[in-house]
Each structure stands twice: as structure tokens, then as C-alpha cells.
Design a protein around this ligand. Structure first.
Ligand code: ZN
Length: 133
């Protein structure tokens, strides 16, 4: 279950955040999730609610900001939406040297705190590193 390890990594990352953020009750976590990140959003939401139990994140909502996959062809410069499964062959020149521009993101971009309005955001997007099990 890949989503479970991602969810656990997210919870650890939020609860271990510096500057005392780990002690404030968190009501929602905003995650930027690429189409090609290999994570199923519904499954991640479910695992996240389990991983939150007993932490300051208990009851927090997972808000997912979906990022569509995009690729660019190096030789001709064409850009296109890759879709899923990803189409990595250039639709214009049929070249095979596509560069992935977006779609593999998995970053916590904001935390929301329940009682005191919007809390401070982490300093920039934070990549989630799932532990391989
Ligand atoms: Zn091309």
C-alpha cells in the first residue's frame, strides 16, 4: 500500500515541523499532487485519516490540488498534456525525447489551523518523501 507510506510521511512531516507548528491543531493540509505521481487521491485521503489518529492532525482534512501531467519535446518545443497513462511521444514530430514539465509533484503547500484562522504556511513547497517499505 504505497498511499499508506505517503500518508504516514506527510503526518510525520507536519508534526515534526519547526517553529512550534507541530503543537497547533491542524484542520487541513493542502497537498499538491501530480497526475503522474502514482498516488490514488481517494486512497490517499483514506490512509491520511488513519495516519492522523492520535496526532495534532486528528480530524484534519486532506485538500488535494491536482496538477495535470505536461511534457515538452526537446527537438521541436511542442508542449502537451500527457494524460494518464502518460503519452510521452511528441504529437507534433513523433520524437521520443520528451521532457516531463509537471505531473510528478507531491508537496505539502499549506497547513490550515482550526481556531486561529489561516496559519503560517511552510517556507515554500515541501516535497513528501515516502519511505520505501
Ligand atoms: Zn516534437
Amino acid at each position: 500500500m504505497h498511499e499508506m507510506s505517503v500518508a504516514v510521511a506527510m503526518v510525520e512531516q507536519v508534526t515534526e515541523a519547526p517553529a512550534g507548528d507541530g503543537h497547533a491543531k491542524v484542520s487541513a493540509v493542502v497537498l499538491r499532487l501530480g497526475e503522474l505521481a502514482g498516488v490514488v487521491a481517494d486512497s490517499l485521503r483514506f490512509c491520511f485519516s488513519l495516519a492522523c489518529a492520535g496526532t495534532v492532525l486528528e480530524g484534519a482534512e486532506l485538500l488535494i490540488d491536482h496538477v495535470p501531467g505536461r511534457a515538452r519535446c526537446a527537438p521541436c518545443g511542442a508542449e502537451w498534456a500527457t494524460g494518464m497513462p502518460p503519452q510521452l511521444c511528441c504529437p507534433q514530430c513523433e520524437g521520443g525525447r520528451a521532457e516531463l514539465l509537471a505531473g510528478r509533484e507531491m508537496q505539502i503547500v499549506a497547513l490550515r489551523h482550526g481556531e486561529d484562522g489561516p496559519g503560517p504556511d511552510p517556507a515554500g513547497p515541501v516535497p513528501v518523501h515516502a519511505k520505501e517499505s
